[in-house]
Ligand binder design. Structure first.
Ligand code: AMP
Length: 198
């Protein structure tokens, strides 16, 4: 069981790399942003509560987000490991994740931080807005999402760095180049696991 957190600023390519990682290592991908967008589309009461926040680029409150995460974890009792994408985004969420995993006898093993320069990020986000029509990819909202990231999410890196779990990966280059770097970091964790079982 290897549990991974991937994080990086908006536009760093988290979602794309997360899908590749989950597939390559056979672990369960949990993306709170995807869950929130689904809830909004379905018109559920949770969706109604969070719509304005998500669409304006603000973070959903920690209590709500942690509940959503808890329920996503509970729906996957047989997962071989988890890849958390877009969670945790605050120190309080990181602490809640540790508690949740500990209660299941699990822990975060490694944290991947995708590093991409800001000019490149804005370029990618505006391009994604045109291609996918995400409601939270216009310029004002992008700016807000960066502010939220800098203020609340970037400090979470220190939380994991202090635990010796943080691995920086340059997020510039082709999708496959970035994925190759990620594999170099992650492969040993999965090899170790196989050795241990043998
Ligand atoms: P993402 O797809 O990860 O970029 O998330 C899209 C939006 O969903 C964010 O801008 C937030 O409004 C909301 N969101 C996703 N994950 C979280 C989280 N862990 N905490 C708070 N808000 C979140």
């Amino acid at each position: 069981m290897v549990n991974i957190v991937i994080f990086g600023p908006p536009g760093a390519g988290k979602g794309t790399q997360a899908q590749k990682i989950a597939q390559a290592y056979g672990i369960t991908h949990i993306a709170t942003g995807d869950i929130f967008r689904r809830e909004i589309r379905s018109g559920s009461s949770l969706g109604e509560q969070i719509k304005a926040l998500v669409e304006s680029g603000r973070l959903v409150p920690d209590e709500l987000t942690v509940e959503v995460l808890r329920s996503a974890l509970e729906q996957q009792p047989t997962a071989a490991g988890f890849l958390f994408d877009g969670f945790p985004r605050t120190n309080a969420q990181a602490e809640a994740l540790d508690r949740l995993l500990a209660s299941m006898g699990k822990k975060v093993d490694v944290v991947i931080a995708l590093d991409v320069p800001q000019e490149e990020l804005v370029k990618r986000l505006l391009q994604r807005a045109r291609q996918q029509g995400r409601a939270d990819d216009n310029e004002a909202v992008i700016r807000r999402r960066f502010e939220e990231y800098q203020r609340k999410t970037a400090p979470v890196q220190d939380y994991y760095a202090q635990q010796g779990k943080l691995q920086h990966i340059p997020g510039v280059g082709t999708i496959d180049e970035v994925f190759g770097r990620i594999r170099q970091v992650l492969d040993p964790y999965f090899l170790k696991q196989t050795d241990g079982a043998a």
